[in-house]
Design a protein around this ligand. Structure first.
Ligand code: NDP
Length: 293
């Protein structure tokens, strides 16, 4: 038996269409379209590409998009000042600061300067805290939210399942572990100090690799029939590679997300969903998708 390949491009396209339809409904009822403000500091080419893709996806969904591009030599105070002005602008619903920031900038201070009720990336401690409390966060970081959506739309049973998340970063591993707990999975979080990693992973009905080590997850990490979600994206010889050795794992797993074309396309779709949820909350409307987590 060979794994069902979960097509993230198709799921993300469906999601973007659903978001566009919701935005159109808002406009039809006389409400302003959601507005996303983005700060891109410096000239990192990968960040510029991500931001361009975010802008295009927003425009296609009918979401307004404003880009601020301070110089790469800007100080922490200058970026804090810009975030302060954006957060006082009544016309902006969601905002984000593209990471990584240049080295001289204090990233933690900048992330806290994005108010929780405009936090399109879901990185504000208050939003992460609501997720940790199981209190129904309006916004959740896009990549883990995208993983959950792929599992749900592929029909993978989550409630009662044993889930293992390899990776404990604040942007992927930790929030994903919380989302899985909130969805009634029994969750283990692994990292670089985990002993007997392959043995722990082999217990998983749902195995998530968010490591950044190409091909590290081989067949001996995977329980037959498990759902394997590959978050890793590492450039190798001009191509993007995931953390999962697809050739080995595909014959063993029950479901598998490919790289590219699995989790990657979901992240921007979830950013749009977060922006829409913030806009709805600011206009006093419940989100059609409901609170997450
Ligand atoms: P980080 O580097 O912040 O975290 C990596 C995690 O992997 C850490 O918790 C680390 O452990 C753990 N780790 C590293 N080596 C090992 C090992 N040998 N065994 C077990 N655990 C290990 O990365 P991110 O979470 O930011 O990203 C992870 C991957 O996901 C990257 O490839 C990144 O490019 C990709 N990514 C993809 C996105 C998408 O849209 N598809 C979005 C975001 C990330 P420790 O904590 O002990 O150091």
């Amino acid at each position: 038996m060979s794994a069902t390949i979960i097509d993230g491009r198709a799921v993300a396209a469906d999601l973007r269409a659903e978001i566009a339809a919701e935005v159109a409904t808002m406009a039809a009822s006389g409400l302003a379209a959601p507005h996303l403000g983005v700060v891109l500091c410096g000239d990192d080419p990968a960040s510029a590409t991500y931001v361009r893709n975010k802008g295009r996806a927003a425009a296609r969904a009918g979401i307004r998009f404003t880009l601020h591009t301070p110089s790469g030599s800007a100080s922490t105070e200058e970026i804090l000042d810009l975030c302060g002005r954006m957060s006082e602008d009544p016309d902006i619903d969601g905002m984000l600061v593209q990471l990584p920031l240049p080295r001289q900038i204090d990233t933690a201070r900048v992330l806290e300067a994005v108010p929780a009720d405009r936090d399109a990336d879901g990185f504000h401690p208050q939003n992460l805290g609501r997720l940790a409390a199981g209190a129904g966060a309006t916004v959740v970081p896009g990549t883990p939210l995208g993983c959950m959506e792929l599992l749900r739309r592929a029909g993978v049973p989550i409630s009662g399942a044993r889930a293992v998340v390899v990776g404990r970063s604040v942007i992927v591993g930790r929030p994903l572990a919380l989302l899985l707990v909130n969805a009634d999975a029994t969750v283990t979080v692994c990292h670089s100090r985990t002993r007997d990693l392959a043995e722990v992973c082999r217990e998983a009905d749902i195995l998530v690799a968010a490591i950044g080590r190409p091909g590290m997850i081989t067949a001996d990490f995977v329980k037959p029939g498990a759902a394997v979600i590959d978050v890793g994206t590492t450039p190798v010889d001009g191509r993007v590679r995931g953390d999962v050795d697809r050739e080995q794992v595909e014959p063993v797993a029950g479901w598998l997300t490919p790289v590219p074309g699995g989790v990657g396309p979901m992240t921007i779709a979830m950013l749009l969903r977060n922006t829409l949820a913030l806009a709805r909350a600011r206009r006093g409307e419940p989100s059609a998708a409901g609170p997450h987590g």
